[in-house]
Every structure is written in structure tokens, then in C-alpha cells.
Ligand binder design. Structure first.
Ligand code: GCU
Length: 348
């Protein structure tokens, strides 16, 4: 669902919060409602992961807390939800690393195209808390921190009716990108015309021809209906951008030590459940796109795409030299997991 106006959004938020007062009481005991927002459908692996998290917290701490999950942009766009998390109006939300770049420049590193040489290198880097700490804690003064990462696969171009086999095919096309300076610059280097907008607006913009295509993982074809409109999906594999669960700092700091340990276990359950569901979700989306949506999958040579955008690595690092160590650690993982044999989705 897309929130079409601020008024509608305000109405939903007011409704949610007045419900909180009603739902927050069991007998005489008040339970604290924990609100988590995200922008995916209820079929999506992240929603499945959050459902496991909710059940775990309700089992372990159900006398004190009630977890409520709001999917499908019910609480607004990702940017709206990050702001609600910042102020503590909600406690957590899932945000793409891409949009967090506007809250702290440190996040721009994970938005770099072709940063990881394989899915294994990407997962190993994201699991390395020494590597991620500098990024995940960098919004501490802004009121939130990242508590776990979630897989968001590999991003590829897809278009209504023009197969993309090389960067030259992007010329003159209006391609929706996430609202991040790195993504806009990436599209410029590739020769397409970047059209930044929120995720919830993409389907209508494709349908009405405002844009010619977009770029995302395969789940957008199924869960967001993009495969109903776009008939060519090209595995140029330009980015692996994680999604992140961010939490309001005041809420996190007020947890007792024991509660925090239980929440940490809950975050791990979310991460593991989401990643298992991801594999199945991608397979099903590809099958559905081929059988029911008539989408053709293409496998271009990725080298020309890589050559066009690699200068972005040096330019981001020259603006943010403090990220060099993190970048070097990622290169070590790239060497260790060089082959990329199991590149997600591609070839399946
Ligand atoms: C993916 C990602 C979302 C993001 C979306 C987008 O679906 O999981 O977090 O919002 O891409 O392109 O905006």
C-alpha cells in the first residue's frame, strides 16, 4: 500500500498510537508496545523474519512487551519511518542501507556498485561486527543505531520493453533509483537518467510510463508486481545493498542488561529466519516471473558495467578517507571468496 498523502499517513499513525493505549493493558499490568515498521508485503522474507522475532520476544518477555509489526508502508515511506524511529515515535524499522546514506555518509560504502566479488564475500563482510561497527554506530548521535542486517540480494536492471545488455542500452532511459547520492552518480556513470523516488511509487510510475525501468532484486517482480509491467530482467549484478533493522537509541538504552541479551537473540533469529526465507522467496519469484508474468531473464557480460562505475570507489574513498580500513577489510573477503559461484538468482 502506498500512502498517498500526509493526511492519510497522519490518520494511520494516530490510529496506531491510540490503539497502543488500548492494547497496552492486560488486566492491571501495562505492557510496553514495541512498534516496527517496514515497506514490504507480508509474503516478503523480512516480514517472515520479523514475525519470528515478534513471537520470540512475546514468548520471552510477553509480560512486559508486545511487539507489533506494520508492513507495506503502513507507517509511511522508509524515509518517514527512519524519522519516526529517530524521534522514538516508533521503536524500530527496516531501512535500505541506500537511504541511510543521507543520515550518515559512512553508509555510502555499502552502496558502492560491485563492492563485493561474490555473495559469500558480501555475507561474510556483513557478519563481521568489527567491520560493520563503524557504519552501524555512526548514526548514534542522530538517535538510532543498526542492530542487525538483512539480505536484500543483488540489484539488477529491469525495463518495460528494452533488453539491457550493455550500459549503452541504458542511454536515454529513465530508471528509478533509490534516493541516495551514490545511486544517482552510479546511473550517471552508466549513461541512464536517474529518477530517484520512494519504493512505494515505483509500480504506478512504471505503469504510467513516467519511468522506463527500475533496478532491484527479483522479489520486486513478484511482491511489488513490477514483473507485471517489466518484461526484461538483466543480471548485470551491479549492487548488493543490505537492508538494516534500525532501533531508537533511547529505547535500546533503557532495556535492562538481561532484556538486551534477549533482544540480541531476537535480532539473530530475525537475521537467520530472513536469510533462509530469502533463498526460497527468490526462487519462487523467478519461477513466478517466468511462468506467470512473461519476464525474460538476460545474462549480459558484467565487465562493461563494472568498468563504467568503478571510478565511484575512488571518489567516495577520497571524500571519506576514514572508510579506507573498512574498504580494505572488504577486499580481503573478496580475495577469500573470489569465485562468486553461487551468485544469488543468476543462472537459476
Ligand atoms: C529492496 C529493499 C528495500 C528497498 C527497495 C527499494 O526491496 O529490500 O529495503 O526499499 O529495494 O528499491 O527502495
Amino acid at each position: 500500500m502506498r500512502i498517498s498523502s500526509k493526511t492519510a499517513l497522519t490518520a494511520v499513525v494516530v490510529l496506531v498510537f491510540s490503539c497502543t493505549v488500548l492494547c497496552g493493558c492486560t488486566g492491571n499490568q501495562e505492557r510496553r508496545i514495541i512498534r516496527i515498521g517496514h515497506n514490504q508485503s507480508t509474503n516478503h522474507p523480512s516480514h517472515i523474519g520479523l514475525t519470528a522475532f515478534r513471537e520470540f520476544i512475546n514468548d520471552e518477555l510477553g509480560d512486559r512487551y508486545v511487539v507489533e509489526v506494520y508492513p507495506s508502508e503502513l507507517l509511511g515511506s522508509q524515509t518517514d519511518m527512519v524519522q519516526l524511529t529517530q524521534t522514538g515515535a516508533i521503536d524500530f524499522c527496516i531501512a535500505s542501507n541506500a537511504i541511510l546514506e543521507t543520515f550518515s555518509k559512512n553508509y555510502s560504502i555499502f552502496n558502492l556498485p560491485y563492492l563485493f566479488s561474490s555473495q559469500e564475500a558480501y555475507h561474510a563482510a556483513m557478519e563481521d561486527s568489527i567491520l560493520t561497527e563503524q557504519i552501524f554506530m555512526s548514526t548514534k548521535n542522530a538517535g538510532f543505531t543498526t542492530v542487525t542486517w538483512l539480505d536484500a540480494g543483488t540489484r539488477n536492471f529491469y525495463t518495460i520493453n528494452k533488453p539491457i545488455l550493455s550500459p549503452a542500452d541504458l542511454k536515454g532511459l529513465k530508471i528509478r533509483v533509490q534516493q541516495s547520492p551514490t545511486n544517482i552518480e552510479m546511473m550517471r556513470l552508466l549513461g541512464g537518467s536517474a529518477t530517484p523516488m520512494g519504493f512505494g511509487e515505483v509500480y504506478t510510475s512504471l505503469q504510467s510510463g513516467i519511468i522506463d525501468g527500475a533496478e532491484n532484486n527479483e522479489l520486486a517482480l513478484r511482491d511489488n508486481g513490477h514483473g507485471d509491467v517489466c518484461k526484461y530482467y538483466s543480471y548485470d549484478m551491479h549492487q548488493m545493498i543490505p537492508d538494516l533493522l534500525i532501533g531508537n537509541n533511547t529505547f535500546l538504552e533503557e532495556l535492562s542488561e538481561d532484556e538486551r541479551m534477549i533482544f540480541e537473540r531476537g535480532f539473530a533469529i530475525l537475521n537467520e529466519t530472513q536469510r533462509r526465507a530469502w533463498i526460497e522467496g527468490v526462487e519462487d519469484s523467478i519461477r513466478n516471473a517466468k511462468e506467470n508474468q512473461g519476464v525474460t531473464f538476460l545474462y549480459p557480460d558484467t565487465k562493461p558495467f563494472q568498468d563504467a562505475v568503478l571510478p565511484l570507489h575512488a571518489s567516495v574513498l577520497s571524500q571519506l578517507p576514514e572508510l579506507q580500513t573498512v574498504y580494505d577489510m572488504i577486499q580481503e573477503y573478496n580475495k577469500q571468496y573470489d569465485k562468486g559461484d553461487s551468485e544469488e538468482g543468476a543462472g537459476t
